[in-house]
Design a protein around this ligand. Structure first.
Ligand SMILES: [Zn+2]
Length: 352
């Protein structure tokens, strides 16, 4: 009863427009992504990530960006909701494209504002029910993936600095970094997973909108069918992703460790190219037969494969230099528990 009440209270605030795979899909993608990482990164300092408890927890953290919709906070919704999609057709309306959009979030927002000014009436507009003021944005999915990738890369580097320092008294710092890495791996997994769901790359995310010469479904249920029903019906998950990845291991495109943007755009392009085929499968009923099973599994495999490549790239590019270690030590001000606090330097006179 309590859960039902909670659901009734929260339901109006959960925008269905941006949920992608339900939790089982996100978890499965993450678990297999971690397995890929484990296969390619034999570094013993990274082995803890693939340990069962951590791997299960990281997979659960991959569901967090959807759970952040459980409160009605304009601040959080404004930041979080558009990170889950990019409606590619909306770029075209503003004379933008995947080739021309800016990889940097705020530069892209400025680019959109300028494009709307020079194309009056084009693109999306914020309506009266848009409490988070996000309707005017086509989405920030590729930026979100790159930002979360960089956070992971940075957290990996800090952990590896601590490993170089190798001071048993810093065990809490090491543990805190492991938690930070788990959170980064989870968030990155979420958005990489969303990217592989074709309905997260299109304005036709809840049924076909506008001109419809092929008579595709306009029912909004199609989104939930892809997110959850197809996985349940076809029994897709970790096992089916793993099996397919073994058959076709070269499925992912390789990110440049210092600039994953082009590879991320390629993932979005690939997923967007599957929007019409998905609607065709829905129309023919094949979505619920073998072709539908193969189609959805291929999307999950694509996500897990690319996620693994991002994890590997982030690790391999995060080895700290001696300078990194020296800078960390200089500013960290570490004092072992129970050690006397070092004397503070005299305060600088304030200039403010
Ligand atoms: Zn999402």
């Amino acid at each position: 009863m309590r859960n039902l009440l909670l659901l009734l209270v929260l339901t109006p605030f959960i925008s269905p427009s941006a949920l992608a795979w339900d939790a089982p899909g996100h978890r499965a993608i993450t678990r297999v992504g971690i397995e890929r990482f484990k296969e390619k990164v034999p570094d013993s300092n990274a082995a803890w990530i693939a340990e069962d408890d951590w791997s299960i927890q990281i997979a659960d953290l991959a569901t967090m960006p959807d759970r952040w919709r459980n409160i009605r906070s304009p601040s959080l919704a404004h930041l979080n909701n558009p990170d889950h999609y990019l409606d590619v057709e909306d770029l075209t309306d503003l004379d933008l494209s995947l080739e021309t959009i800016d990889p940097l979030r705020h530069e892209f927002a400025a680019q959109l504002r300028l494009a709307r000014e020079s194309h009056p009436g084009a693109g999306r507009a914020s309506g009266p029910k848009d409490f988070s003021k996000t309707d005017a944005y086509p989405g920030f999915l590729p930026q979100a993936i790159c930002e979360n990738y960089a956070k992971l890369q940075s957290n990996f580097k800090t952990l590896r600095v601590l490993e170089k320092i190798n001071d048993p008294a810093r065990r809490n710092e090491v543990q805190a970094l492991r938690i930070a890495i788990a959170m980064s791996m989870g968030s990155l997994a979420h958005f990489v997973g969303d990217c592989a769901q074709p309905l997260h790359t299109t304005r036709h995310h809840h049924g076909w909108v506008g001109d419809n010469p092929n008579g595709f479904t306009t029912k909004k249920e199609i989104h939930a069918q892809i997110d959850a029903d197809t996985l349940r019906k076809h029994g897709l998950g970790e096992a089916s992703i793993r099996t397919q990845l073994k058959i076709a291991p070269a499925v992912a495109n390789m990110p440049d460790p210092m600039n994953p943007w082009p590879a991320v755009l390629k993932q979005i392009e690939k997923s967007h190219a599957q929007v019409e085929p998905l609607y065709v499968l829905e129309k023919s009923g094949d979505l619920w037969k073998a072709p539908g099973s193969a189609f959805i599994n291929e999307r999950l495999v694509d996500a897990a494969g690319f996620l693994g490549e991002l994890y590997i790239a982030a690790w391999e590019s995060s080895a700290p230099s001696d300078d990194d270690v020296a800078i960390f030590v200089k500013y960290d001000g570490f004092a072992a528990p129970n050690a006397p606090t070092p004397a503070s330097p005299p305060a600088e006179p304030s200039t403010k």
